[in-house]
Design a protein around this ligand. Structure first.
Ligand code: URP
Ligand code: ZN
Ligand code: ZN
Ligand code: ZN
Length: 468
C-alpha cells in the first residue's frame, strides 16, 4: 500500500480546525502533524505521493445519507444509475452515499435488498450503504428487520404519504417502531398525511388546477406538521428513536424542536432544495415548475429561515440531498396537465457540499458546522462513524481538498449528474472541490475524474451513534 501526504492545508472536522499535514497509509488516515513539524517533513521524503493543499481546506468526504439511484417512481426510474450517480457524488465531494433499497408490496425485504445490491455492486465510484424502504409491514417483514440490522442495514424508511404505493397506516408504523425499539434499528419517516393530501389532489385536479405549483399547495405545510407530530407520538409510545427525512415546513421544525426539548431521541434532516429553493420555483412559467416537484414540496420562501435556524440550534442535525433525478424531457413531462403524474424528486448529489459551503461564505453556519451536518453527523446517525465523516487516525482516507476561493457557476452544462437540468442553474457559489480521495485512492485529481466504477465498496453499518 502506498503512502500519501496531503501537505499544507487547513484540516476541518466537526470538532476542530487544524493547520496540519495528513499522512495516509493503506487507505486509512495514519496521522496528522503540524505544518513544518519534524514529523511532517519526514513524511514527505518517504511518501509515494504528496498533494499540496496550501491555501485549501482538507475536509472529510461528504456523507450523503439520502439518495435514490435508479428508483422506480411514477412509471419511470430515477435517471442516475449507481455508476453515474456516485461519479457525480465524487465530483461534488461526497464519498459515501446511503441509498434506499425498496421492498415492494408482496415481496420480502430480502428480495428488495438483493435487487439493490445487484444494481450497485461493481458500479459505484465511492462507497455505499443501504437503508430499507418498507412498503409492507407484516409479521414476516417485522421479523426480517432484525436480521437486516445484524447485517448492517440498520435503518428503515416508512411512508405516511403515497397511499397505495409506499404508505403505512399508524398501526403498521407503530409495529415497525416497536420492533426497532428492540433491535436497534432507526425508523426514518416520510412525514406527510398522504390520505388527506390525496383528497386535496383530487379536488385540485377536478377544479382544473393542474399546474406544478398546485403540487406545493395540496401538500400543505400543516399536513407535514401533523404527520411529524403523529410520528413523534407513535415513536414515544413505542419507545423508539425517530429520524424525520426531508423536513421542509417551519411547523414541522417546531414539532421536532418541541420533542427535542423534552429530551427525546427525535432527529430531523433537511435538504439543500428546501434551504435554497422555494414555491416560487414551482410557480415558474410554462411547465418549468415541474423541475422542482418533490415531496415534501418546496415551501414559500419564509420557511427557509426556520430551517436555517433549526440547523443552528441542532433541532435539525443532517443535510442530505434526497437525490432523485428525473429528466425534464420525457420524465417530468409525464405530468403535463396533471401535476400528480410528475415524478417526485430533485437532482442534487453533486451540489450539496458546495451549496452548504456557500452558507458558510454567507455567514449562516460555521465551517465546522458545515462538516458536522454534511459529514460527521450523517455518519454517526447511521452507524458509519468514525470510519466515515471525519479525518482522524484510523478513519478511512475519504478526503476532499476544497478550494474555498474558487468560484463557479452551477449548471447542467457542466454537472456530472445524468439529468438534463440543474435545479440551481446559473447560481454562483464560492468554493470548489479540487481533489477527492476514497480510501486513499484518487477519484478526482485536480478537477479530473480518475476513479472507476467498482472502486466503491458496500459498507455495512452499525446502529445509530447519535442517541441520547
Ligand atoms: O420527492 C421525493 N422526495 N422523491 C424521492 C422519494 C422520497 O419520498 O424520498
Ligand atoms: Zn420521502
Ligand atoms: Zn430546542
Ligand atoms: Zn427520498
Amino acid at each position: 500500500m502506498s503512502l500519501t501526504v496531503i501537505r499544507g492545508g487547513l484540516v476541518i472536522t466537526a470538532a476542530e480546525e487544524t493547520p496540519a499535514d495528513v499522512l495516509i497509509d493503506g487507505g486509512r488516515v495514519a496521522a496528522l502533524a503540524a505544518h513544518g513539524s519534524e514529523i511532517a517533513s519526514g513524511w514527505s521524503g518517504s511518501a509515494d505521493r504528496v498533494i499540496d493543499a496550501t491555501g485549501k481546506y482538507v475536509i472529510p468526504g461528504g456523507v450523503d445519507t439520502h439518495t435514490h439511484m435508479e428508483l422506480p417512481f411514477g412509471g419511470t426510474f430515477a435517471s442516475d444509475t449507481f455508476e453515474t450517480g456516485t461519479r457525480a457524488a465524487a465530483w461534488g465531494g461526497t464519498t459515501t452515499i446511503v441509498d434506499f433499497a425498496v421492498q415492494t408490496a408482496g415481496n420480502s425485504l430480502r428480495a428488495g435488498l438483493d435487487a439493490w445490491h445487484a444494481k450497485a455492486d461493481g458500479a459505484c465510484a465511492v462507497d455505499y450503504a443501504f437503508h430499507m424502504i418498507m412498503s409492507d409491514v407484516n409479521e414476516d417483514t417485522l421479523k426480517e428487520m432484525d436480521g437486516l440490522v445484524d447485517e448492517g442495514v440498520t435503518s428503515f424508511k416508512l411512508f405516511m404519504a403515497y397511499p397505495g404505493v409506499f404508505y403505512s397506516d399508524d398501526g403498521r408504523i407503530l409495529r415497525a417502531m416497536q420492533r426497532s425499539a428492540g433491535n436497534g434499528g432507526l425508523i426514518m419517516m416520510h412525514a406527510e398525511n398522504g390520505i388527506a393530501i390525496d383528497v386535496l389532489v383530487e379536488q385540485a385536479l377536478a377544479e382544473g388546477r393542474t399546474d406544478p405549483r398546485h403540487h406545493g399547495e395540496v401538500r400543505h405545510a400543516l399536513l407535514e406538521a401533523e404527520a411529524t407530530h403523529r410520528a413523534i407520538q407513535l415513536a414515544r409510545v413505542a419507545g423508539a428513536p425517530l429520524y424525520v427525512v426531508h423536513v421542509s415546513a417551519r411547523e414541522a421544525v417546531a414539532e421536532l424542536a418541541q420533542a427535542r426539548d423534552l429530551g427525546l431521541n427525535v432527529f430531523g434532516e433537511t435538504c439543500p432544495q428546501y434551504l435554497f429553493l422555494s414555491a416560487d420555483n414551482l410557480a415558474e412559467p410554462g411547465f418549468e415548475g415541474a423541475k422542482y416537484v418533490c415531496s415534501t414540496p418546496l415551501r414559500p420562501r419564509e420557511h427557509q429561515e426556520f430551517l436555517w435556524r433549526g440547523l443552528r440550534t441542532n433541532d435539525l442535525q443532517v443535510v442530505s440531498t434526497d437525490h432523485c433525478p428525473f429528466c425534464f424531457t420525457g420524465q417530468k413531462e409525464l405530468g403535463r396537465g396533471d401535476f400528480s403524474k410528475i415524478p417526485n424528486g430533485l437532482p442534487g448529489v453533486e451540489d450539496r457540499m458546495d451549496l452548504l459551503h456557500q452558507a458558510v461564505v454567507e455567514g449562516r453556519i460555521s465551517r465546522r458546522r458545515w462538516i458536522e451536518i454534511a459529514c460527521a453527523t450523517p455518519a454517526r446517525m447511521f452507524g458509519l462513524y468514525p470510519r466515515k465523516g471525519t479525518i482522524a487516525p484510523g478513519a478511512d482516507a475519504d478526503i476532499v481538498i476544497y478550494n474555498p476561493d474558487a468560484g463557479h457557476v452551477i449548471s447542467a452544462e457542466t454537472h456530472h449528474m445524468n439529468v438534463d437540468y440543474s435545479a440551481y442553474e446559473g447560481r454562483t457559489v464560492t468554493g470548489r472541490v479540487e481533489t477527492v480521495l476514497s480510501r486513499g485512492e484518487l477519484v478526482i485529481d485536480d478537477r479530473s475524474y480518475v476513479g472507476r466504477a467498482g472502486h466503491g465498496r458496500y459498507t455495512p453499518r452499525g446502529t445509530c451513534q447519535y442517541l441520547i
